[in-house]
Design a protein. Structure first.
Length: 360
C-alpha cells in the first residue's frame, strides 16, 4: 500500500486521480468517504483508497477524512500535494485543545490547503475566520445513500420489531451514535454529543409516555445505558457490524431524538427523514440548515431537554402533524443523497484533479 501510494508521486501525469484516506475504522467518516468516492466516479474521476497516512505525499490530490490531520502540519501540509478535507465540526468556543490546535494551524497554513468541505453554514463561517480564500470552502451537507433507506410502513415496522426483539406495543425512541469517549464501554460521556441531555429528555418524556422504550445503536454507549437503567426506562442496544444495515433499525422507531451540543451532521438527520421517522433535534450541525421548524422536523435550542421532550410528545400525540412531518422529511432526504449532490461535488473537484473528463 505504501509503495503504491508513493509510486503515484513520481508519475509523469500527477494529480490524475483522488487518493481517499480513511481513519482505519468502519465508522461515519469511512462511510462518507465511500459515498463521496462513488459520486466522484460518476463524474469520471478515478479514485484510490488508503488507510491512515504517516506523511503527506507530493504531486497527488489527497482527500483526508477529517480536519484532525491539521494537528501535524509539518507532516502533511509541506509536501506539495493538493489537500482536501471535510471540516464537519469543532467549535473553538468549547475550548477543546485538539480543536483549537486544528483551527490555529488552519490559520497558519490555509494557503497550502486546496479544498475544504463544510457540512453546514455555521461551520463554514468559522472556517472562513482563518483567512482562507472563500473560493476554497464549499458548503456540502453530509449526505446519505438513498438506497439504504425506505419510508416506514406498518408492515415493515412490525417485521423489524419482530426481527430485533422490540415490543410491538412500545413507543420506541431511537438514538444511533457514538457518545462515549474512546472505543470501549463508553462510561465516560462525550458531552458534545449530549448524552446527558438525551437522558434528561427521555426521563421527562417517560412521565407522559409510560410505554416509552429506547433503541440504541453505535459504539461506546455505556453512559447512556447506565442512565436509562437508573431511570427505569427499558432499552435495547444493537451494535450492527455493517453500517449498511442501519436502515432496518429505523424501521422499528416511532421517533428519533438528537440531543447533541455540537455536530457536523449528524447523518441521522437525513437517515430518520428518509425512513419516515419523525425527528426532534437540537440546533446543531446541518440540522440548522435542513430543518424546517414544525415542517420536516422539530428543532430546539442546545441543552433544552424540556423542549426535546415536549416536541416529542407533540409528534407522538398528533397524527396529522406526524403525517405531514414524515412527508416533508422524505422530500428533504431525497434532495440530500450522494447522487443528488453530484453537482456540488463536481464544483468541489474541478481544478483539484487533472482528470480527462470535461465536467460538462
Amino acid at each position: 500500500m505504501l509503495f503504491n501510494n508513493l509510486f503515484h508521486s513520481f508519475s509523469k501525469q500527477p494529480y490524475k486521480d483522488v487518493l481517499f484516506v480513511s481513519e482505519g475504522v468502519d465508522w461515519v467518516t469511512t462511510q462518507e468517504i465511500k459515498g463521496v468516492a462513488e459520486a466522484v466516479e460518476t463524474l469520471g474521476i478515478k479514485s484510490r483508497f488508503s488507510g491512515p497516512l504517516k506523511i503527506g505525499l507530493p504531486r497527488q490530490s489527497i482527500f483526508y477524512p477529517s480536519a484532525y490531520f491539521l494537528r501535524y502540519p509539518s507532516r502533511y501540509l509541506t509536501m506539495g500535494g493538493r489537500i482536501a478535507f471535510p471540516f464537519y465540526h469543532g467549535y473553538p468556543e468549547y475550548g477543546d485543545p485538539l480543536v483549537l490546535k486544528c483551527h490555529e494551524n488552519l490559520r497558519k497554513y490555509h494557503r497550502t490547503v486546496t479544498r475544504i468541505q463544510a457540512s453546514h453554514s455555521y461551520m463554514r463561517s468559522i472556517i472562513l475566520e482563518s483567512g482562507i480564500n472563500p473560493e476554497k470552502v464549499f458548503l456540502i451537507p453530509i449526505a446519505i445513500d438513498g438506497r439504504l433507506f425506505s419510508p416506514q410502513t406498518s408492515e415493515s415496522k412490525k417485521n423489524s420489531r419482530n426481527k430485533f426483539g422490540i415490543p410491538q406495543s412500545a413507543v420506541v425512541a431511537g438514538s444511533f451514535q457514538k457518545d462515549g469517549n474512546g472505543w470501549g464501554e463508553g462510561l465516560e460521556p462525550k458531552l458534545v454529543k449530549g448524552p446527558d441531555i438525551f437522558i434528561d429528555a427521555v426521563k421527562k418524556l417517560k412521565e407522559s409516555v409510560p410505554e416509552l422504550y429506547v433503541l440504541l445503536s453505535g459504539p461506546a454507549r455505556g453512559y447512556v445505558k447506565k442512565g436509562l437503567e437508573r431511570a427505569g426506562i427499558p432499552y435495547k442496544h444493537i451494535y450492527l457490524e455493517k453500517y449498511e444495515e442501519i436502515g432496518a433499525l429505523f424501521q422499528c422507531l416511532d421517533l428519533y431524538i438528537i440531543a447533541s451540543r455540537q455536530e457536523g451532521g449528524p447523518k441521522a438527520v437525513l437517515e430518520s427523514m428518509a425512513s419516515g421517522v419523525p425527528l426532534v433535534t437540537t440546533r446543531v450541525g446541518q440540522a440548522m440548515d435542513l430543518v424546517e421548524q414544525g415542517g420536516n422536523a422539530f428543532m430546539v435550542d442546545i441543552e433544552d431537554s424540556d423542549g426535546l421532550s415536549e416536541c416529542s410528545r407533540k409528534v407522538l400525540s398528533d397524527t396529522e402533524l406526524r403525517s405531514r412531518m414524515v412527508d416533508q422529511g422524505i422530500r428533504t432526504a431525497r434532495e440530500n443523497t450522494y447522487s443528488s449532490h453530484i453537482p456540488l461535488w463536481k464544483n468541489f473537484f474541478k481544478g483539484f484533479v487533472n482528470a480527462d473528463q470535461t465536467y460538462e
